[in-house]
Design a protein around this ligand. Structure first.
Ligand SMILES: *[C@@H]1O[C@H](CO)[C@@H](O)[C@H](O)[C@H]1NC(C)=O
Ligand SMILES: *[C@@H]1O[C@H](CO)[C@@H](O)[C@H](O)[C@H]1NC(C)=O
Ligand SMILES: *[C@@H]1O[C@H](CO)[C@@H](O)[C@H](O)[C@H]1NC(C)=O
Ligand SMILES: [Ca+2]
Ligand SMILES: [Ca+2]
Length: 240
């Protein structure tokens, strides 16, 4: 929609320029002109909405028999990966070659890697292999990068070797969950904030903490039951 809005702004600026320049036009004519421009802008908006969101195509090549835990945003993933240009099949990247053969760690869902990886490596098990096809909009876009020409669709095959809790997963949750009931009360969050503030030498201001705690619960306590569950805590709200 941002694109549509920009069109509306351009058109509005243009109509200002034309109405300023042409004193001879009648008010009715100008109004008709205005309506046509508004209609054009609305059509442009509708057109933008019809363009489908770019998607990653995921093909699961191998799935392990046992899967204790699946990947989700905030996790750290250890992967081996080969990347190919869809156009001519050239391999432009391989952990087997470039990282002295070592798999690489990255955090899922925080744009540490291309969007296509953040989207295409969710719900994956250790030992799983996937082939993902990533459109340019979710990779290196119109500019390209290094060996990747502009507007390239990329194909990766990826093996997930390991998963670790990221900074925003179990460890800090457990640290905050003083009574181990797998949910965070307001008191627990307040206690954690106080401890964090004191650790950094900030004086503790009770009313300030109350404000902070309410705003945290407003955002994180999705089902409004007064507790932040493990699921609510781990889920990252920003769209990828
Ligand atoms: C990707 O596919 C090629 C060819 O099938 C294979 O040799 C390679 O090991 C695969 N890489 C990963 C990371 O699974
Ligand atoms: C494939 O395309 C890339 C980028 O356009 C180019 O650099 C490379 O030489 C091509 N490889 C082959 C085998 O055509
Ligand atoms: C404590 O925090 C409240 C709310 O943020 C603020 O209005 C107030 O000025 C703060 N008091 C002190 C002493 O810092
Ligand atoms: Ca608790
Ligand atoms: Ca809740």
């Amino acid at each position: 929609m941002a694109w549509g809005r920009r069109v509306v702004e351009c058109i509005a600026a243009e109509s200002c320029a034309t109405s300023a320049g042409s004193g001879g036009e009648s008010g009715a004519e100008r109004r008709l002109m205005m309506w046509l421009l508004v209609a054009a802008a609305l059509l442009a908006c509708a057109g933008a909405a019809l363009i489908p969101e770019p998607e990653v195509h995921i093909q699961v090549l191998e799935k392990p028999f046992l899967c204790k835990r699946k990947t989700r945003s905030g996790d750290m993933l250890l992967v081996h990966s080969d990347g190919f240009l869809q156009d001519n099949g050239t391999r432009f990247y391989s952990t087997y070659v470039e990282n002295s053969g070592q798999p690489v760690w990255f955090t899922l869902g925080i744009r540490e890697v291309i969007k296509g990886w953040d989207k295409g490596l969710q719900d994956m098990c250790v030992g799983e292999k996937r082939k993902i096809t990533v459109p340019p909009a979710l990779a290196y876009g119109k500019e390209g990068k290094g060996k990747i020409p502009p507007d390239s669709t990329l194909i990766f095959n990826i093996s997930l070797m390991d998963i670790r809790n990221g900074p925003r997963s179990h460890e800090s949750f457990q640290e905050m969950d003083l009574n181990d009931d797998w949910k965070l009360s307001k008191e627990e969050v307040r206690a954690y904030l106080k401890a964090e503030f004191m650790k950094h030498g900030n004086p503790v201001n009770e009313s300030h903490h109350d404000v902070l705690v309410s705003s945290i619960f407003e955002k994180e306590d999705e089902d409004s039951d007064g507790y932040i569950s493990a699921r609510e805590f781990t889920y990252i709200h920003d769209e990828l």
